[in-house]
Design a protein around this ligand. Structure first.
Ligand SMILES: Nc1ncnc2c1ncn2[C@@H]1O[C@H](COP(=O)(O)OP(=O)(O)OP(=O)(O)O)[C@@H](O)[C@H]1O
Length: 899
């Protein structure tokens, strides 16, 4: 094989290189490119000489300064953190005070005036667009059929003032109706009085005793009274009475009504007012004396189908939240054609918290003048002023200061660090027994608190604006019924809700506005009971709020904790700047005085919401979930058929139906009915205070009549003394004076001339003393009946008197002294043909009946008692006998069985 034969050639290889690792002379260490560039750069800069070095120094110095500044800033930050917000706020305020001090008094006054002018300029009256556009201005209050009882009408102004002072009631306004201290005197229907009594409502509270008469009289009203003082009754009762009257005039048919509407800022409050009104109307209806009234609850979150039964009839009263009411009115579910009454509960909150446009919108649905009532426990002066401009001859009834806390609430303010609040809450709950309400401004916090309490085993429910209507209703219901001990709530439950006997209110987070605080603590200490309110504050609580709180505590005579006491008002009593709460009223007051002349000049000008003028941040409270901004309304400039401007609401209504409703409205307006119970008589205490007619006429009389009066008075005195003397004599024991009639009754002798009779009867018929003459002379043969004896006799009395004169020899006349005449004098009058006056005769009749009913003499009575005794003894004897028989039988039976 040739391949095998090939020989391998030897190749001489070059020797392998030798590395001299330990040779360091030529060694070049690896230097990265970046490093090399850096070195090169350094070389270049070193070539730049001494100027570069100085730049380096500068750089270094700069660095140092920066570091120092940073250090200082850090120290400042640390110091800032260590300082409380209160100190900071105080510094700001003192800086502001120093600035203010530099301003002249004139400048300050000008600024204030400018502030209020700005507010006034763009604010319009609370009236409908139609009224504003047409310049309709009502000058007279609504006319009603209610009149106070005569004795109250005749009461002097000084007496009225005395009553108001007694109850600490302040009133403003022209011709204010008198205060009335009893429901009966207000002419409240009897079925309601009974119901009130059953609910322990016996006499009116101060706001009621002045507010109800004013509202009954048809006056526009601003009612301010502390929480739990019974304002609800004060504005519901007049509406109920008005509805009763309208229904009586002409019963409401489907599509008619309502007569009046009550607006509430929250659904829960509307629900509660609805319950009250329904129960009061039901009591009236049940009595059978008054017609049944239909009340509609009109709030968001419920289906109106649930109330289809109400809608299918005429509606008398609507209780609503603004959003749903506008919705219903716009859908023409009902109209305000017959509506004459508008009440806003918690009115300041409604006007101030973003409902103003809604309220204005609602007002534009009214077709005629209405009676407007605004009620609240808090009513800053600005709102009062604004409201007064919008009302007609308003009466302002103020019990205590607007915005003052209820004095029945013990207020405790505690400094609790934010992180310690939750734990402290549990401890705080131990203070009292349930039920307890905890308020927090923040919905998330409300949920957190509820969760925490549930975890700790506390039966708690929560309510706030983001909960569904069912959840809200469940919370209220279970808390009211006592199934849950604690309710955690946001502001939505703070106004107007009347829970049973709340023991303790805990304010977890202090609300920014002091009015909200007043409403929140007002859930306890209601209708005369006492309660506790504990409020947590800390450095997060704004200083102005703390200041308001401090002044509120001072005003209510409560303990001010040291940390609150140290806070000083650096603005010298001129308020917190929010322009509303507590102490800020001073400021409002000053503004009103300094600007009084301007206000007068601007009386006809429109008003603006302070928020629009940039005075108060405008916000719609998120708690009021019913709040919807008013839809933009197109104001049509063309006058319409019905006269007026604005969107036509009549256009939707079928003409025929409208005509019918209109004619019914006119018919109702022209009808006159009287639903008021009769005027009660003046109670004894009033009579003693009241000047008698004679006294009054005496003050106007001449000298001769004065003499005559004295003579008569003397004569009366003499007769009275003689009567007393006789009554003391032992032989005067005979009770009855029997008129001696010698012959069968004859016609009465000729009566005195009528002129005398007139003179006698001319005085007050009820109060006149002595007998009354016959109206006309009777034929001698004619049998006389009651008619002939005058209309003043009650039925039956005349016949008795006729019988007395004609038939009876045994007829009796009253006891001596009972009518201020002796029996002889009476006999003389009787013989002359007089009969007794109405009031005296009534008494005589009563005595006669009593005597006639008294069928047994003392002798007979003794006989009866004797008989009764004998009868009792007889029966006892029988019983004894029966018993001894029974015993002997048993004994005999026992002996036989033993044998
Ligand atoms: N004349 C009265 N006498 C006794 N209790 C009354 C009287 N009038 C009302 N009340 C009771 O007082 C409680 C509080 O009444 P109401 O809710 O009307 O107070 P309010 O002034 O409207 O309170 P708020 O300002 O919180 O809304 C109710 O339970 C009510 O039944």
């Amino acid at each position: 094989m040739p391949s095998s034969s090939t020989t391998r050639k030897r190749v001489a290889r070059s020797p392998s290189p030798t590395y001299k690792l330990d040779d360091e002379e030529d060694y070049q260490p690896f230097v990265s490119v970046a490093q090399r560039r850096k070195e090169k750069l350094a070389k270049f800069t070193s070539w730049a000489g001494p100027s570069t070095q100085s730049a380096k120094r500068r750089q270094q110095e700069q660095q140092e300064t920066e570091d120092a500044e940073k250090e200082q800033e850090r120290e400042r930050e640390q110091a800032r953190r260590e300082r409380t917000l209160l100190v900071e706020a105080q510094e700001v305020l003192s800086r502001k005070a120093a600035e203010d001090a530099q301003k002249s008094e004139l400048q300050k006054a000008q600024e204030m005036d400018q502030e209020i002018l700005d507010a006034i300029k763009s604010r319009r009256k609370l009236a409908s667009d139609l009224e504003l556009a047409q310049g309709i201005q009502y000058t007279e209050s609504l006319n009603t059929s209610w009149r106070p009882p005569r004795y109250i009408r005749e009461r002097s102004d000084a007496d009225n003032k005395r009553i108001r002072d007694k109850y600490h009631i302040l009133v403003e306004g022209e011709d204010v109706p008198p205060p009335i201290e009893h429901f009966v005197d207000m002419k409240v229907p009897e079925p309601l009085l009974d119901l009130f009594k059953a609910n322990r409502i016996v006499s009116p509270t101060p706001i009621q005793l002045q507010g109800i008469p004013a509202a009954f009289a048809g006056r526009d009203l601003i009612g301010i009274a502390f929480t739990g003082s019974g304002k609800t009754l004060c504005f519901c009762l007049p509406l109920i009475m008005m509805a009763l009257e309208e229904e009586r005039k002409l019963p409401f048919v489907r599509g008619e009504g309502p007569v009046g509407v009550i607006l509430c800022p929250s659904r829960e409050l509307a629900n509660q007012t609805y319950d009250n009104v329904v129960s009061w109307c039901a009591a009236l209806g049940r009595s059978g004396k008054y017609p049944q009234l239909n009340t509609l609850l009109c709030i968001g979150g419920i289906s109106m189908n649930e109330q289809a039964h109400v809608m299918s009839k005429g509606i008398h009263i609507v209780i609503a939240t603004p959003g749903r009411l506008i919705d219903m009115l716009e859908k023409r579910k009902f109209t305000f054609n017959n509506c004459k009454y508008l009440c806003m509960d918690e009115a300041d909150r409604m006007i101030d918290l973003g409902f103003e446009d809604d309220v204005r919108n609602i007002m534009s649905f009214f077709k005629a003048q209405r009676q407007t009532l605004l009620f609240s426990a808090t009513m800053p002066k600005k709102i009062q002023d604004f409201a007064q401009q919008s009302l007609i001859r308003p009466v302002l009834v103020n019990v205590g200061r607007a915005g003052a806390a209820n004095l029945d609430v013990l207020q405790v303010v505690e400094y609790v660090k934010q992180e310690a609040k939750m734990v402290y809450l549990l401890e705080c709950l131990q203070k009292t027994a349930p039920p307890v309400i905890i308020f927090s401004e923040n919905k998330n916090e409300v949920d957190d608190i509820q969760e925490y309490l549930l975890l700790k085993g506390v039966e708690a429910v929560a309510i706030h604006g983001s909960k569904t209507q069912e959840e809200r209703q469940y919370a209220i219901k279970s808390f009211k019924s006592g199934a849950k001990d604690v309710m955690v709530a946001s502001g939505v439950a703070s106004k107007g809700l009347d829970f049973n006997d709340i023991q303790h209110v805990i304010i977890f987070t202090m609300p920014k506005e002091i009015e909200d605080y007043v409403h929140q603590i007002g859930r306890t200490g209601r209708s005369g009971r006492t309660g506790i309110a504990t409020t947590f504050v800390n450095m997060n609580t704004p200083e102005p709020t703390l200041l308001d709180l401090k002044y509120l505590l001072l005003e209510a005579g409560q303990k001010v904790p040291p940390f609150l006491a140290t806070i000083e008002d650096t603005q010298g009593g001129f308020g917190t700047g929010n322009g509303r709460g507590g102490r800020t009223l001073n400021r409002d007051y000053v503004i009103i005085i300094t600007c009084q002349h301007i206000t007068l000049l601007l009386a006809s000008m429109a008003f603006v919401h302070p928020s629009r003028a940039g005075l108060v941040p405008r916000r719609a409270s998120p708690e009021y979930s019913d709040y919807r901004p008013a839809p933009p309304r197109h104001i049509d400039e063309t006058p319409r058929q019905g006269g007026g401007y604005g969107p036509s609401r009549q256009g939707y209504e079928p003409r025929q139906n409208h005509d019918m409703m209109e004619s019914r409205r006119v018919q109702r307006a022209s009808a006159v009915v009287d639903i008021w119970p009769p005027s009660p008589k003046a109670p004894a205490r009033e009579i003693s205070r009241k000047k008698s007619k004679r006294e009054r006429s005496r003050s106007l009389s001449t000298d001769s009549s004065e003499e005559e009066y004295r003579r008569r008075k003397k004569e009366r005195k003499r007769r009275r003394a003689a009567r007393r003397e006789r009554s003391r004599s032992p032989d005067d024991a005979d009770e009855w004076v029997v008129k001696a009639v010698s012959a069968p009754a004859v016609a009465p002798p000729p009566i005195p001339p009528l002129a005398d009779a007139d003179a006698e009867a001319g005085s007050d018929s009820d109060d006149s003393l002595g007998p009354q003459p016959l109206v006309k002379q009777q034929a001698a043969t004619k049998r006389i009946d009651e008619r002939e004896y005058g209309g003043s006799l009650l039925r039956g009395e005349g016949s008795a008197m006729a019988a007395f004169l004609q038939d009876g020899t045994e007829s009796r006349i009253p006891r001596r002294g009972e009518i201020g005449l002796t029996s002889d004098e009476i006999a003389q009058f009787e013989n002359a043909g007089y009969v007794m006056s109405g009031s005296r005769h009534r008494r005589m009749n009563a005595v006669r009946i009593r005597k006639e009913n008294q069928v047994i003499s003392a002798e007979e009575k003794r006989g009866i008692l004797k008989l009764q005794k004998e009868e009792r003894e007889r029966r006892e004897a029988i019983l004894r006998e029966e018993f001894s028989e029974l015993v002997s039988e048993r004994l005999a039976a026992g002996t036989t069985t033993r044998q």
